[in-house]
Design a protein around this ligand. Structure first.
Ligand code: URA
Length: 250
């Protein structure tokens, strides 16, 4: 059976604007299909065969998917593993068919925002060390995180392998006493993504992360209404935010 799709959906899917922006572009006569100006943004086309031009530029359709997962503890950020459950095992079978993979890694015991996509180009750019995409984590840390730690984190810490981290923004949210130990709740934004980076930064500051959750990556924020272990497709606006972010972040 041939694939069928509305032209406004196809163009939004390819990141050319929100549905309403695309409706406006259609009204302005900026969309052509098979050499004809499109009059109706609900026009049905076969995305694999139609010759689509948007604002003078040919549009090549790719069946890309973007999922936001609220990663639970106990699963690994890989596509397959002989022994462990992976984040891909959390997807519905029809979503697995499109072969998404995790953009970067969260440790097995880290929870929170993980983007899954089959858009290799976007993933590559989000992970590129040159792009310095900001990642924000919330953590519970064993130890009394104080003002001096904020200075250490913003100056750069030397990790166990001698690597000196880029300036990071540490915010202290609260402290509590449990069984004679002080725990601190913090938020930390880093611009790089070394292996176990957040845990190793706190180790370098003499403290221990006991719970770690990622809440944002670049312009993408974790949808807190997603229970751990659940996922949803990114909205058109979220995809658009990610795509425009990759052009400016350098
Ligand atoms: N830093 C860590 O230490 N672990 C993660 O999962 C992510 C960042």
């Amino acid at each position: 059976m041939s694939k069928r799709m509305r032209i406004d959906k196809l163009l939004a899917h390819m990141g050319l604007g929100t549905r309403s922006e695309i409706k406006r572009a259609v009204k302005l006569g900026k969309v052509n299909v098979d050499g004809q100006v499109v009059k109706d943004s609900g026009l049905i086309v076969n995305p694999d065969e139609a010759d689509v031009v948007f604002d003078g530029e040919p549009v090549v359709y790719r069946d890309v998917v973007y999922f936001m997962l609220n990663k639970p503890q106990g699963v690994i950020s890989a596509t397959e593993d002989g022994r462990e459950r992976t984040v891909i095992d959390l997807l519905e079978p029809q979503d697995r068919l499109r072969e998404p993979f995790p953009v970067g890694r969260l440790d097995k015991d880290t929870v929170g925002l993980l983007l899954l996509t089959n858009d290799g180009q976007l993933a590559h750019e989000l992970l590129s060390p040159r792009k310095h995409v900001a990642k924000t984590y919330e953590a519970l840390v064993l130890g009394n995180v104080g003002e001096e730690d904020k200075h250490l984190f913003s100056a750069g810490l030397t990790l166990d392998d001698g690597y000196v981290t880029m300036p990071a923004d540490l915010q202290i949210k609260g402290r509590e006493q449990r069984e004679n130990e002080t725990y601190s709740t913090i938020s930390l934004t880093i611009m790089e993504g070394k292996f176990h980076q957040v845990k190793r930064m706190f180790e370098a500051a003499g403290k221990k992360v006991v719970y770690l959750k990622r809440v944002s990556m670049g312009p993408l924020k974790l949808d807190e209404s997603l229970p751990e272990g659940s996922y949803r497709e990114l909205s058109g606006e979220e995809v658009e935010l990610l795509r425009s972010h990759r052009q400016v972040a350098e």
